[in-house]
Design a protein around this ligand. Structure first.
Ligand code: HH2
Length: 300
């Protein structure tokens, strides 16, 4: 059993069970990742160009130190990426993605014991990362970019995060048009979960994600956060990634990524209140506090 990370003293009184309808665990190769309390997923990008931590974690030794720090601060999982998905980002060839990712993954794997996810849309990168100890695949294309992705995950018995995105990172902001954003995202994710299951991925190895900031306006992002219940109702754990995203900057008068922590905190608290069980963030220590307090209030 991979338990949720320990909470600091004073966090007694938190809810001992998830709100009704929340799936309790995610099946990984190393055991069940319990989701009775929301898991803080720390972001580690081994990229030169990610919008907020680009260039900081390319060196394996520094990445491992950052990983250990995030786990000590309460991260229950870490998400490692080697291709930026920021709006307008150009695709990275598989060799370059592996060259960036694998040394960092090996160093992080040796440094921490929490489950590691790999943020990639390529089955070959996922397979190489799984062979080096990654436990979860985080695919922002939800299996559409590479037809071999679901088979790779099913064959390895590794869970997958299926995220909604309109178009690709290069085109998505130009495609941010919906009649009913909540309904369209829910039906997309339901269809992708069905496709993943048809390819042999276990139902308790699927996580859904509304894809905050991926082909969405400020209003679309806010609406999805407000109506997260519509995604939770699909019956899979929901991961939400709001950390430092540009919709927060827009809501806050054009604030840059470094100045979006309190905005991130507000969005994370509401996501957890709406039923998210995994929150993908850069500022682990601060957001861990947010999650502890939010869950204590929810369970009171
Ligand atoms: N957001 C980013 C990247 N990967 N994966 C999921 N499942 N959900 C998200 O919301 C999500 C994601 C973008 O953030 P970041 O990794 O900080 O930036 P970049 O894509 O530029 O590396």
């Amino acid at each position: 059993m991979v338990a949720s990370p320990p909470r600091p003293p004073g966090s007694e009184g938190r809810p001992s069970s998830p709100p009704a309808g929340r799936p309790p665990a995610l099946r990984t190769r190393v055991g069940l990742l319990t989701l009775d309390r929301a898991v803080v997923v720390g972001v580690l990008n081994a990229t030169p160009d990610s919008f907020s931590d680009g260039g900081r974690h390319q060196d394996p030794t520094r990445a491992a130190a950052a990983a250990a720090e995030m786990v000590a601060a309460g991260a229950g999982m870490l998400d490692l990426g080697a291709e930026s998905t920021r709006p307008g980002a150009a695709p990275v060839p598989v060799e370059e993605e592996l060259r960036r990712l694998l040394p960092v993954l090996r160093a992080v794997r040796a440094a921490v014991r929490v489950p590691l996810s790999v943020d990639t849309t390529k089955a070959a990168v996922a397979a190489a990362a799984i062979a080096e100890g990654a436990d979860v695949v985080n695919d922002v294309s939800a299996g559409r970019a590479d037809p071999a992705m679901f088979a790779s995950c099913a064959g390895a018995g590794v869970p997958i995060v299926l995220m909604h995105m309109k178009g690709s990172p290069a085109t998505m902001q130009a495609e941010a048009r919906y009649e009913d954003v909540v309904g369209e995202v829910a039906s997309f994710l339901s269809e992708r979960a069905g496709a993943a299951r048809a390819a042999g991925i276990a139902p308790d190895a699927i996580v859904l994600d509304p894809g905050i900031g991926f082909g969405k306006t400020v209003e679309h992002n806010c609406r999805l956060l407000r109506r997260l219940d519509a995604l939770v109702a699909l019956g899979y754990p929901v991961l939400v990634g709001v950390s430092r995203k540009s919709f927060l900057g827009r809501l806050l008068g054009g604030r840059d990524a470094e100045g979006r922590l309190f905005g991130t905190a507000a969005a994370v608290a509401l996501a957890v209140a709406g039923g998210a069980t995994l929150v993908r963030v850069h500022d682990v220590a601060a957001i861990h506090d947010v999650v502890v307090v939010t869950e204590a209030v929810l369970g009171a």
